[in-house]
Design a protein around this ligand. Sequence first.
Ligand code: ZN
Length: 47
Amino acid sequence: MAKDPVCNMNVDEKKAKYTSDINGQKVYFCRSECKETFDKNPSEYKY
Ligand SMILES: [Zn+2]
């Protein structure tokens, strides 16, 4: 399980629809809103 850094929910990597690639690392999100929030300000979150 990966962790959504925005809301701290567990996300199944195999089913995740919303991901971002940052500094060569893949980050998973539970929903598009979390991805958008993260993409606006990635340095705010631990990933
Ligand atoms: Zn989320």
